[in-house]
Ligand binder design. Structure first.
Ligand SMILES: [Zn+2]
Ligand SMILES: [Zn+2]
Length: 333
């Protein structure tokens, strides 16, 4: 827990200034001054102190640096000494679990924003004058926190009229520019067009994942995306172009369709490709080689894993996983 510096003796003037910032009432006494990280903050000299800790200190004459001052009312702005008790971090967690506050949004114990703050942030996000950075500074949180609110990855349960989550960030695919006649010729020269419904395989340079890569100017593009672009006249940067044939080299426009990341994941699951072994497109091993590895592992010797990694060009981890049955468990020997 940050900000637990011992609180210095306050001058009468500072004490007066402090209580002037507290709106006393029947229930919570809310801090009306400057806030940092969702808590009231009081500047004393060079340092900033949490307002509720100052209140506790003024009433109890001490505020141990190693103790948390907890809000029994769960209102971080509250400075009502009756609502403040000291406790350890463990007490605090326990307390939160008991009161059921550890599940979402404000209830999350790392949360420094309150529902009130988030409502305000969401309202501000509906108008275009605020940037992630300006809101982050205003509320003393990181821009990532604001972005997560914006994308409804957090605080989803707070509803604000007119607020709609930002569109998911576009995937990093670059927009394909118009290709020159020469570039087009060069492109198709590297595609081996098959008969009928065969795959049209890219015979040029391929990246580590097995996808064809084509250079246009200073950039490189995925060959199958270029093919989709040429066939459809567009290739949206935020869409994946998927292979219905699951052949990463294929540039047959009939085997390409556009989809979102979610579609792709679903599709992969549906076709059973995400499940095991050889069917995984990044796998370098075949059932055959795994069978051989498993047989070899039955008679272990010193340096075997190293020898196998060399022979099959995979990592030691991959061999260990096979050995331990954590991968390729379906290959029985
Ligand atoms: Zn309170
Ligand atoms: Zn294909």
């Amino acid at each position: 827990m940050p900000e637990c510096l011992p609180i210095p003796e306050l001058t009468p003037k500072q004490i007066k200034r402090f209580w002037a910032g507290v709106q006393k009432g029947d229930g919570c006494w809310e801090w009306t001054g400057y806030c940092k990280c969702g808590y009231g903050a009081l500047r004393l000299g060079q340092q900033c102190f949490r307002a509720h800790r100052v209140a506790y200190f003024l009433v109890n004459g001490k505020c141990p640096a190693d103790l948390l001052i907890r809000h029994t009312c769960h209102n971080p702005l509250c400075c009502n000494p009756e609502h403040l008790i000291s406790g350890t971090q463990a007490d605090n967690m326990q307390d939160k679990v008991i009161s059921g506050r550890s599940s979402k949004g404000e209830q999350h114990h790392y949360s420094v924003l309150t529902e009130k703050h988030v409502t305000a942030i969401k309202t501000k996000l509906t108008t275009s004058y605020h940037t992630l950075k300006s809101l982050a500074e205003e509320y003393g949180v990181s821009p990532v926190t604001i972005r997560r609110i914006k994308n409804e990855e957090s605080w989803k349960h707070i509803e604000v009229a007119g607020f709609s989550p930002a569109a998911p960030p576009p995937c990093k695919s670059k927009l394909i520019p118009g290709l020159t006649e020469q570039q087009l010729q060069n492109f198709w020269a590297k595609v081996r067009k098959g008969q009928g419904d065969d795959c049209w395989e890219w015979i040029g340079y391929r990246d580590q994942k097995g996808y064809g890569r084509v250079r246009a100017g200073a950039k490189t593009f995925l060959a199958h995306r270029v093919s989709y672009f040429l066939a459809n006249g567009k290739c949206p940067g935020n869409l994946l172009i998927r292979h219905t044939c699951h052949n990463p080299r294929c540039c047959n426009p009939n085997h390409l369709k556009s989809g979102t990341h979610a579609d792709n994941a679903l599709d992969t699951v549906a076709s059973g490709r995400s499940i095991k072994g050889e069917q995984h497109r990044t796998s370098l091993l075949t059932e055959e080689s795994v069978t051989a590895i498993k047989i070899a592992c039955k008679t272990p010797y010193h340096g075997q894993v190293k020898a196998l990694t060399k022979r099959y060009k995979v990592s030691a981890g991959a061999i260990q996983n096979i050995k331990a049955g954590r991968s390729w468990a379906h290959v029985k020997v």
